[in-house]
Write a protein that binds this ligand. Structure first.
Ligand code: AMP
Length: 270
């Protein structure tokens, strides 16, 4: 199957997008860190409905990993990613770290509002890393539409806030979570789990659904520990858009918990 062409520089990306635009095409972007699975491919399909040309970026962004996190062991599988995409994408943008963060790089975008709390309580630098790289990718690619997964619900709200605040001329679309047969949200990090860990992981979505039904965060936390999670960072019911205290609806239940060194997140309507 024909794999999309890979470009590694912002200049080459811009040139290709400019040529599509001059031919009147709408352009969509799907930012990823690679190790693509069916969740990522669903974002590509969603983008294809909204744009004639689809760019997938594949960049393991060092700025969103803390020193003790899994940046070095994060899977890097560019060749098989390209094969998985096949004709579904028109172009892969796979820059080296130096292309995105050249010597002397000194800018950081910090979002407050939806970035406060939850993930930030446990990964304090995470959203500054995400916001900076997403802004760079959006400015480099200049897409009409960019699609992000609801899997990373807080990230999706942060990206919406960021693009609104900077008046970036792009529509941000959220796509539903793609799950395994037992309901586990697909994630590149699921590959870190052994058989026992994988069985425990499958309980996360089940517990969250029940905790949402009960409206009980403390019950959810305890149930996750009893299901075999080593620790629970949070189980929280929040306003779905602001991620502040849940007052009216829509509300979202969000959780992060660890199995060994592997940290899993999930969320759903509450
Ligand atoms: P990542 O490569 O993990 O940074 O994810 C890239 C994009 O894919 C993000 O917008 C994620 O929210 C999205 N994504 C990851 N896993 C899933 C999933 N299981 N279902 C839907 N979207 C996902």
């Amino acid at each position: 199957m024909k794999a999309p062409q890979i470009v590694t520089t912002v200049a080459a990306l811009r040139a290709r997008v400019a040529s599509w635009r001059s031919a009147g095409a709408r352009v969509g972007l799907v930012p990823t860190m690679g190790a693509l699975h069916a969740g990522h491919l669903s974002l590509v399909e969603e983008t294809r409905k909204r744009a004639e040309r689809v760019v997938v970026s594949i960049f393991v962004n060092p700025a969103q990993f803390a020193p003790h996190e899994d940046f070095d062991r994060y899977p890097r599988t560019l060749e098989s990613d390209a094969q998985k995409l096949g004709p579904a994408a028109d172009l892969i943008f796979a820059p080296a770290v130096e292309e995105m963060y050249p010597d002397g790089f000194a800018t950081e975008i910090e979002v407050a509002g939806p970035a406060e709390g939850l993930e930030t309580d446990f990964r304090p630098h995470f959203f500054a890393g995400v916001a900076t790289v997403v802004a760079k990718l959006l400015i480099a690619a200049g897409p009409d539409v960019a699609v992000f997964g609801e899997k990373d619900w807080q990230q999706l709200q942060v990206v919406k806030r960021l693009t609104a605040d900077l008046a970036l001329p792009v529509e941000i679309v959220g796509a539903p979570i793609v799950r395994e047969a037992d309901g586990l949200a697909m994630s590149s990090r699921n590959a870190y789990l052994d058989a026992r860990g994988r069985a425990v992981a499958g309980r996360l979505n089940v517990v969250l659904r029940e905790a949402a039904r009960r409206g009980d965060e403390a019950w959810g936390r305890q149930a996750l520990l009893e299901a075999g999670f080593a620790s629970v960072d949070y189980v929280a019911i929040r306003d779905a858009a602001t991620l502040g205290p849940a007052s009216g609806r829509p509300r979202r239940i969000l959780a992060a918990a660890k199995i060994g060194a592997t940290r899993l997140i999930d969320n759903m309507e509450a």
